[in-house]
Ligand binder design. Structure first.
Ligand code: ATP
Ligand code: MG
Ligand code: MG
Length: 388
């Protein structure tokens, strides 16, 4: 492959994207702060002109410098400078994927919801609020309690969400989300959270990975089960349709992670879209015929897409999230996994462990759901517990 891919962001998603690129002799240049982050560790530049860049993925000058070295730009995070991407996209032979317009919509969660609603996508109710107790009280009057208050921007792993359970919490909510632009969502009484990774080729064709169940703990993705098991056999096809229709409203090639809520009556609502490989698609590395990372590269480089089919009967992904600053807790779970059949350990090479930080994950594959549960049990038992 003679094309060079630039990646804004050098964390774990960039690391797995870079590892997939290495297998195809695709050169990648990574922009992130520091010389030895998770992604930069796994790919040494083949030539000096392909050296990684030390700088912020929000710094316009650094993004321009990256654009000089590559044929196509992509992102592992949507919190980047969309205006500079607009400016450089026409100078790049293969452009910027996802498109800067898509990044601009997605990075403001309120704008994203407005966009999806305008295109007729199934969503829960939401509304704009100001950062005042009166405005939040008015939203609670209209949407009810509990009320999900969210930061419009720079949100991840639930950092930016506050659940208002009663009106005595208004000051606490405003303090927790101080200085951030806000909006409110009606509480969605979901029975399950589900997700679909959708891939769009450069030609505009769209294919989906299987529907998975995602289990969140303290607003962070904890476990993923693939495929989704549901009593109603029509749910997976409907969820894939909802996810694909949502992605069709956005521009650009590559993978999109679509998070959804499954309700008691079988209806499916969108939660949010990530315009890039996603935590709920890590399992595809071991469990699918082509990983989300490889398909993202194929899509942005105009190569044929690979099959998204599961190649095992049952799979799970367990996130290894720091409980404290003790890295040894994480390595202990990884050690346990080495003795579990069907387990693949992914540690991210982060310099320090912190409470709530994603440090790695373990993918499990198994010949049946029962075998999967049995393999998962010792891993769950080995997880570090947060200090009380
Ligand atoms: P991510 O790391 O996925 O980007 P985020 O910080 O953008 O997370 P959301 O996906 O908006 O946060 O919300 C995190 C979690 O909070 C969801 O996965 C879900 O469990 C819960 N949640 C979000 N919105 C609602 C809602 N309207 N009603 C009920 N629960 C919700
Ligand atoms: Mg999000
Ligand atoms: Mg989310």
């Amino acid at each position: 492959m003679d094309k060079v891919v630039g990646i804004l962001g050098g964390g774990q998603l960039g690391r797995m994207l870079a590892a997939a690129a290495a297998l195809l002799n695709i050169d990648v240049v990574i922009l992130d702060v520091g010389a030895h982050g998770p992604a930069k560790q796994v790919v040494a530049p083949r030539e000096p002109r392909l050296a990684h860049i030390d700088g912020s993925f929000t710094d316009p000058a650094k993004i321009r410098e990256l654009a000089e070295r590559v044929d196509v730009l992509t992102v592992e995070i949507e919190h980047v400078d969309a205006a500079v991407l607009d400016e450089v996209q026409h100078k790049l032979p293969l452009g910027v994927h996802p498109s800067p317009a898509t990044i601009r919509i997605v990075q403001d969660k309120f704008a994203q919801k407005q966009h999806l609603a305008a295109h007729g996508c199934a969503l829960g109710e939401f509304m704009a609020v100001d950062a005042t107790p009166e405005s939040i009280r008015a939203a609670a009057d209209k949407l009810g309690l509990p009320l999900m208050l969210k930061s419009r921007t720079l949100a991840y792993d639930g950092r930016g969400n506050f659940v208002v359970r009663d009106l005595s919490q208004l000051d606490a909510a405003l303090a927790a989300l101080a200085g951030r632009p806000l909006y409110a969502e009606k509480w969605v009484p979901f029975v399950k959270e589900i997700a679909v990774m959708v891939v769009r080729s450069a030609a505009g064709d769209v294919v989906s990975y299987p529907v998975v169940e995602t289990v969140h703990k303290d607003n962070i993705c904890h476990l993923v089960f693939a495929p989704l098991r549901s009593r109603d056999p029509s749910i997976p096809a409907r969820a894939q349709h909802v996810a694909e229709a949502a992605v069709q409203t956005l521009h650009g090639a590559g993978v999109f992670g679509v998070e959804m809520f499954l309700l008691e009556d079988g209806s499916v609502y969108l939660n949010e879209i990530a315009p890039r490989p996603h935590n709920s698609g890590h399992y595809t590395i071991e469990a699918c015929e082509t990983s989300q990372y490889e398909n993202h590269l194929r899509a942005i480089l105009s190569l044929p897409l690979g099959s998204t089919a599961l190649k095992v009967p049952s799979a799970a992904m367990l996130n290894l999230i720091g409980a404290s600053d003790a890295m040894s807790d994480i390595t202990a779970v990884a050690h346990t996994a080495l003795a579990v059949p069907g387990a693949s350990v992914h540690l991210y090479g982060k310099a320090a462990c912190r409470a709530g930080r994603k440090m790695g994950h373990i993918t499990l594959v198994a010949p049946s759901d029962a075998a999967l549960r049995a393999r998962l049990r010792p891993l769950l038992e080995a997880l570090p517990r947060a200090a009380p």
